[in-house]
Design a protein around this ligand. Structure first.
Ligand code: FE2
Length: 273
């Protein structure tokens, strides 16, 4: 049987690549260490398949057709389409069709209705963390694209429930594969709106503190505050999926590095599963 061997979360953002040379050394050192530590833990867990939960930044979907959640069920997916991601070393990334189909069916059986795709483009939301984690080998990557950028979005409760569902689906999958989950996005940032560039450090610290407490309180806190702290902060939904998969327990902050040059409150976290 399959086994959940790790749950992780990391920020992403185009400027982590595009402005990297201009990031002050101390922040660059800490961000590098944060990504690397997650990579070290991922490898130490002997991960065969990594489920990456990320928004789609208009690489596969647009306003004419934007699913709340789409499971990548293909044997292979494409590398990042963004021109500034061309140095990312993988143009194709192996998926896991059997696991993808099992998760999709498990979801339908449980009253969730995901979209599915047999071939996705894995944009910077997925590939920046994979790249910066400096993995000695890339596990198979099963993408889940969760709308966390364009209203209307799935509720925070639903994102947590997706995590619970993923845990059950993983543990009922008959193949002996070691599976980890990575949620990417957040923490606070603001893109293309009047507050563009803002990082809300107090909000991020409170969010991090609530990840260490009861899931209901975390969700209540975010329901009250999230919409007021930059549209990019909505991506914390992807952290909630990892949190749900971990049963709402065992959260550990690896580091939090608010980095104005990349306009993101960068967070790195892992869960004991
Ligand atoms: Fe994003």
């Amino acid at each position: 049987m399959a086994e959940l061997v790790g749950a992780f979360a990391a920020s992403h953002g185009p400027l982590i690549v595009r402005e990297w040379d201009n990031v002050p050394p101390e922040q660059k050192t800490r961000m590098t260490a944060g990504f690397r530590e997650l990579g070290r833990r991922l490898m130490a867990a002997k991960t065969d398949v990594l489920i990456v939960v990320s928004p789609d930044h208009w690489s596969n979907f647009f306003l004419d057709n934007y699913p709340a959640l789409c499971i990548g069920v293909g044997e292979v997916n494409e590398g990042p389409p963004e021109p500034w991601m061309k140095a990312f070393p993988h143009r194709e990334i192996a998926g896991h069709a059997g696991l993808g189909r099992h998760i999709a069916q498990s979801a339908l059986d449980a009253g969730f209705e995901p979209a599915v795709s047999h071939r996705l483009k894995l944009d910077h939301g997925i590939c920046i963390p994979l790249w910066r984690m400096e993995l000695e080998r890339l596990p198979r990557v099963m993408p889940i694209l969760l709308n966390s950028i364009e209203p209307p979005m799935p509720s925070l409760e639903r994102c947590y429930q997706w995590g619970t569902l993923l845990r059950r689906a993983i543990e009922s999958y008959r193949e002996p594969v070691r599976i980890a989950i990575l949620g990417t996005g957040g923490l606070s940032h603001s893109i293309g709106e009047k507050t563009m560039g803002a990082i809300y450090e107090d909000f991020d610290h409170e969010t991090i503190r609530h990840f260490g407490g009861a899931p209901e309180r975390l969700i209540d806190f975010l329901n009250e505050t999230l919409a007021k702290h930059g549209n990019g902060s909505e991506e914390v939904r992807n952290w909630l999926v990892a949190h749900g998969a971990a049963g709402g327990r065992g959260f550990e902050l690896v580091d939090y590095v608010p980095t104005p040059k990349v306009i993101v409150g960068c967070g790195f976290a892992s869960w004991r599963v």
